[in-house]
Design a protein around this ligand. Structure first.
Ligand code: URA
Length: 421
């Protein structure tokens, strides 16, 4: 093939053949197709889109650019992926919960970039905990504990790693075919038999509207079916942060509360809703709400953390500086914008601006009220945590206009909006 012909075909709105797709993804991974050529093709895909067949083939080619994990465990394997949000710590209680119910959960996770946090960054606030595991360690821990949360191994979908970095600098991230194939190539290469997707929608998410989120969810589910992975997607609200803690150590602490049978009701609701879908795909008949309330999943959490070198009973890092933001007036909290809180937590040091930057374990935001709850003028509404007090001003700027207090009762949105199968 001549790569220019492939670029021209997509540029002019044509459909690429399976052979063209297989060739171009492989040649790009090997460095035969140049970065500028793939950049042009990515832009053509961004503008022209891809058919369901092209997307499934593209995903397959990205999987084949690396190796698949083969998970030799004697329990059904099932995994979850979230498209990313603010205060989204659900993996932390969910993986041990679903493992306690009898499944094996290989949760290969990422780090935060921009206003959304990363599961690995959160867990690294647990003293001693280690994100990097070998394939043998992953398999052993899956068999012994049932849950693993760790960094993706190097060999998993290398084409995606290269292409994602290119999309990041060429304005081609926000394309549903490219997002969906990127997510699914990594998840399918992980080798789980079932996959539940939490597709976020709202200010704190990639997809701002339910229409966009629904299209992404459908595309993800179609790719799963085309590759023989039982896939379900939930569309969930991300206009308000999840729970009452946004950051790293503070999210671990909140997850532990949930695992011990307490914690904020929205975190419990979403954890249980995702667990139900995962258990249904795994063919396991268990009641995750009852298991969570019993505190049994906390024991699995302790074993999971210990297996990766962490001390589940150790004190979590505390911030050097806490700045309290009071409510300006008395009434009912009507709005607390997820994106603004995410940006504030990021500026406080919970997130990173560049991939290689470190994060502060103790930085973040605590919410003293959620929409629908009563607030009183002068009483604490938010707590800003950081080790660097000089960034508080810029975090406060991010929060300008993010809070609305109403006089009367307010309508809050349901958390789980739709299920796509
Ligand atoms: N997450 C991914 O893994 N890939 C994308 O393209 C977007 C979000």
């Amino acid at each position: 093939f001549a790569v220019v012909d492939v670029i021209r075909a997509k540029r002019d709105g044509g459909e690429l053949s399976d052979e063209q797709i297989g060739w171009v993804v492989d040649a790009y991974t090997r460095g035969v197709v140049a970065e500028e050529q793939m950049a042009a093709l990515a832009m053509a895909i961004f503008l022209r889109g891809m058919t369901a067949r092209e997307i499934a083939t593209w995903t397959g080619a990205m999987i084949d650019s690396g190796s698949r994990l083969s998970l030799a465990v004697d329990r059904p394997t099932v995994d979850k992926h979230s498209t990313g949000g603010v205060g989204d710590k659900i993996t932390l209680p969910l993986a041990p919960l679903v493992a306690t119910c009898g499944a094996a959960v290989p949760q290969l996770s990422g780090r935060g970039l921009g206003h959304t946090g990363g599961t690995l960054d959160k867990l690294e606030s647990v003293p001693g905990w280690r994100a990097a595991l070998s394939t043998e360690e992953i398999t052993r821990q899956l068999g012994e504990v049932g849950a693993v949360v760790c960094a993706a191994t190097e060999g998993l979908a290398p084409a995606d790693r290269k292409l994602y970095a290119l999309r990041d600098v060429t304005g081609t991230v926000e394309s549903i075919p490219l997002i969906a194939s990127s997510i699914m190539s990594k998840k399918i290469a992980e080798g789980a038999a079932g996959l539940v997707l939490d597709v976020k929608c709202g200010s704190g998410a990639f997809m701002k509207t339910p229409e966009q989120a629904r299209e992404l969810a459908r595309t993800l589910v179609e790719i799963g079916s085309a590759h023989g992975v039982a896939t379900t997607a939930l569309l969930t609200d991300m206009s308000v942060p999840l729970g009452r803690a946004v950051g790293n150590a503070v999210e671990v602490a909140e997850s532990v509360e949930v695992l011990k049978g307490g914690g904020p009701s929205d975190v419990v609701e979403l954890t249980v809703a995702l667990a139900r879908e995962m258990l249904a795909l795994a063919g396991i008949d268990a009641d995750p709400a009852a298991v969570l309330a019993s505190g049994e999943a906390y024991e699995t959490w302790c074993r999971m953390i210990t297996a990766q070198g962490g001390d589940p009973e150790a004190a979590l890092p505390k911030p050097k500086h806490v700045h309290v933001v009071p409510a300006e007036r008395t009434g009912v909290l009507a709005r607390l914008d997820a994106y603004a809180v995410g940006v504030a937590a990021w500026r406080l040091g919970a997130g990173r601006a560049r991939r290689e930057d470190p994060v502060q374990h103790a930085a973040g935001v605590l919410l003293h009220a959620k929409p629908g709850e009563q607030v009183t003028a002068g009483e604490p509404l938010l707590e800003l945590h950081t080790d660097a007090p000089e960034v508080v001003t810029s975090a406060l700027q991010a929060l300008e206009g993010a809070v609305e207090v109403a006089d009367g009762p307010v309508e809050t949105r349901p958390l789980v909006l739709e299920t796509v199968r």
